[in-house]
Design a protein around this ligand. Sequence first.
Ligand code: FES
Ligand code: FE2
Length: 352
Amino acid sequence: MSKLEHNDERIERLLSLGIRNRWYCICPSAMVQDTPVAMTRLGEKLVAWRDGTGKVNLVQDRCPHRAAPLSFGRIIEGRLTCRYHGVQVGGDGVVQAVPAFPDCNLVGQELVRSYPVIEHFQGIWAYFGDEAHPEPPPLEFPEELTSPEWTGFIVSNTWHCNFQYALDNVVDIMHPPYLHDDTYTLAYGDKSDMVEVDETDNGFAVRRKEDRESNVEVMQIMDTGCFFDRVGVFIPPGGGPGGVLRIIATAVPIDENRCQFNAWRMRKVAGWQGAMFRFMFNMMYEKMTWEVIEQDRDMLERMPPWPAEENLYQHDLGVAKFRNYMRHEAEAQVAALDEFHTGRQSVSLAGE
Ligand code: FES
Ligand SMILES: [Fe+2]
């Protein structure tokens, strides 16, 4: 295989299994309680658990002794303990103890890959760096997930489609009046329009050109160390205070054809109005937003395996822009890794 073909394969792999050097929301906080949780993210088998302080840890799901799945083990004094022979691993991937053989030379060695983790607003994020970028960049959250003026809830579901379908669905602003044509305000407004795209500080925003106030307020993609989508959905009069319903969505690849879709349904309400919204949410909005999200999932799971042959038109400006952005990122990562390895090689040759 030529170097060019080899690089194309590496680029396609990043595009289908996940661009590296980003934080991804791996699951909702509630998914990790007091037992080890197995999960596959970006094609890697992982295990998450909470230690004695409640902090979430994430490491490769592979025992350093004989490769048994650590997720089949238990938590003892905050350490992940293999079920097979009892080897104990800490959140930093270092073997903490081998109770069956206390003098074992594995103790003190970092033999399991560990991942930086952040827990914020009902979600757990992990950083997936490549060899050239082991240190995570800062992770910036959208205003809706940091300001006390906003309140809302996470929802999470496994979708049997590539993660890029899940992300670009949410910059595809002409799908709601069709796919959701029987679903609340997403059915409102003209069924024909043009779209426009504006650059933002950390990505771009897609809006409808003519009918700007009946269907969707905005669809926006943000690269803030994690890929976030923002969707503003108009609420009819009588829908309570707080203006639009904002969806902050993100998706993490499980493998080429599955992803975990995580999204927050947010309103700009605080105090008693926030409490009222949360009550109403449980009574009503939860079911309504779930119906919409299920329509998206149902459609995307019917799409062919990634990448599909397509003929894009004007309405796909957002999709095309996002695809170009991701390809550019993947190409840059492959080039940076090559440079990193070439640099290391010349250092070691010079050292010989
Ligand atoms: S395989 Fe895990 S302790 Fe032996
Ligand atoms: Fe949708």
